[in-house]
Design a protein around this ligand. Sequence first.
Ligand code: FES
Length: 106
Amino acid sequence: MVKLFVTDRQGREIEVDARRGLSVMENIRDLPASVEAICGGMCACATCHVLIDPAWAARLPPRSYEEHMMLHDLASFDPARSRLSCQIVVSEALAGLSLTVGPEEY
Ligand code: FES
């Protein structure tokens, strides 16, 4: 298990024991007030938008072109912090990752 720190849409800070090999989205979507992930992780909906803590943002692998295009049209898009949580695979290297669930846009 890998510890993630998630702030949900109600502003609650939740510690998540995430499973390695699954995406961040798969590990957080069942929390209350979390991502919807309507497309199920196909990089096709952007309802799994999260804002990565600035201290962590540069430590993640860069966005793919497809991920960037999905995020770019969101009103809450933050070039420095926005990610699709379905495109980030949990590994030991993410222990302590801190993120905030993106606001509802749909
Ligand atoms: S779950 Fe749809 S883009 Fe991530």
